[in-house]
Design a binder for this molecule. Structure first.
Ligand SMILES: *Cc1c(COP(=O)(O)O)cnc(C)c1O
Length: 397
């Protein structure tokens, strides 16, 4: 197999040369002519049963060739038989949960994880009982009706790492889903470590330019079929224009990830030495859980970090107000640097006790480092930290 950098550029380009086009075509059809009723019925049955394709796509909720092309690219990047794309990362997770219900009503979830994933699981909206555990409690918590184990690594927002091999061993015969959004296929391949599902919010690094909402699940075909059936029934679709944009961003993924990662290491070191910063959480500083997995499980520390202001909530709010180059916004993995306050924004839906237990404090900011010049980023951050220093001490306490 060719190397990742080459696959990023060429994956999902099958048949283009033969069709004498260079850019992948975009198919916006919602319906497809069915002249031969018998063949149409056979295609319909195959797609509803979760087959990856059929002679006739029939209807765009069942199949879309542009989306399928993007899926084939992502499957090659994760080294999976299949990939199923959805309208968002949350739609992707919902589909996995619905598909797993046939295997039992209990899901084990390692915290911390993305705030809305946490909320979806804790709320029981998908009809499953979610039990939140630390990674060392997985083996002891497996029940006969456990249908899935969910881990997120690196985890949101504190960038803690979970040992995927150990989680897989602890789960035994229960499939493990890894939310690998922060790592991308450039830094981590959970399927090679025994995970059965890899989930990405493709809204983040894979799309990479802040203009696509998408989610993907990479897995073996036998597990992908029920996901396609759920997608066809519930309609959590990725639009073909969004699928095109997602595919469009992939060739530069390794360049983006590597540049952002180098920038992040420098910023993390400078932040750690800054008097107004109490703590920096970044795998490249060794200050997160299981940082030793950088270099083995993960090819590098990535470009996400969290840092705690000595001045607490008011100082954190002041930094968000004062940044000029960085965008004060949720989301991550974009070419531009984004800074946000997990407790007040992305993890707002997580209960106070669970926030406290997972280090999501009022003075914590999360930084998703982009590909700008690192010295410009540092100038902006340093002036914002200085601005935060003018917050009165009484407020900051
Ligand atoms: C953003 C995110 C999600 C949810 O994805 P959407 O595309 O916003 O629905 C899930 N997991 C992680 C780790 C995320 O960062």
């Amino acid at each position: 197999m060719t190397r990742l950098e080459t696959r990023l550029v060429h994956a999902g380009r099958d048949g283009l040369r033969e069709a004498c086009v260079h850019a992948p075509p975009i198919d916006l059809s919602t319906t497809y002519p069915v002249a031969d009723l018998e063949a149409g019925t056979a295609s319909f049955d195959a797609l509803v049963a979760g087959e990856a394709s059929a002679a006739n796509p029939i209807y765009a909720r069942l199949h879309n060739p542009t989306v399928a092309r993007t899926e084939s690219a992502l499957a090659r990047l994760e080294g999976s038989e299949a990939c199923v794309a959805f309208g968002s990362g949350m739609a992707a997770l919902t589909a996995v949960l619905m598909a797993r219900r046939a295997h039992g009503g209990h899901v084990l979830v390692v915290r911390p994880l993305y705030g809305t994933s946490d909320h979806l699981l804790a709320s029981g909206l998908c009809g499953l009982e979610a039990e939140f555990v630390t990674a060392d409690r997985i083996a002891a918590s497996i029940r006969p009706d456990t249908a899935l184990v969910i881990v997120e690594t690196p985890a949101n927002p504190t960038v803690d790492l979970v040992d995927i091999r150990a989680a897989v061993a602890a789960a035994g015969s229960v499939p493990v889903l890894v939310d690998s959004t922060f790592a991308t296929p450039v830094l981590q391949n959970p399927l090679a470590l025994g995970a059965r599902y890899v989930l990405h919010s493709a809204t983040k690094f894979l799309g990479g330019h802040g203009d696509v909402i998408a989610g993907v699940v990479c897995c073996e075909d036998a597990l992908a079929q029920p996901l396609r059936t759920v997608r066809a029934a519930t309609g959590g679709l990725l639009h073909p224009l969004a699928a095109y944009l997602l595919h469009r961003g992939l060739p530069t993924l390794s360049l983006r990830v590597e540049r952002a990662q180098a920038n992040a290491q420098t910023l993390a070191e400078r932040l750690a030495a800054h008097p107004r910063v109490a703590r920096v959480f970044h795998p490249g500083l060794g200050t997160v859980r299981n940082a030793h997995l950088v270099g083995s499980q993960m090819a590098g520390p990535g470009s996400l970090m969290a840092f705690e202001l000595a001045g607490g909530y008011d100082a954190a709010a002041a930094v968000m107000r004062a940044v000029r180059l960085m965008t004060p916004a949720v989301s991550l993995g974009s070419v531009d640097t984004l800074i946000q306050h997990p407790s007040g924004l992305t993890h707002r839906v997580v209960g106070a006790a669970d926030k406290a237990a997972n280090g999501i404090t009022d003075g914590l900011l999360r930084l998703s480092v982009g590909i700008e010049h690192v010295d410009d980023l540092w100038s902006d951050l340093a002036q914002a930290l200085d601005a935060a220093a003018t917050v009165p001490a009484a407020q900051a306490a």
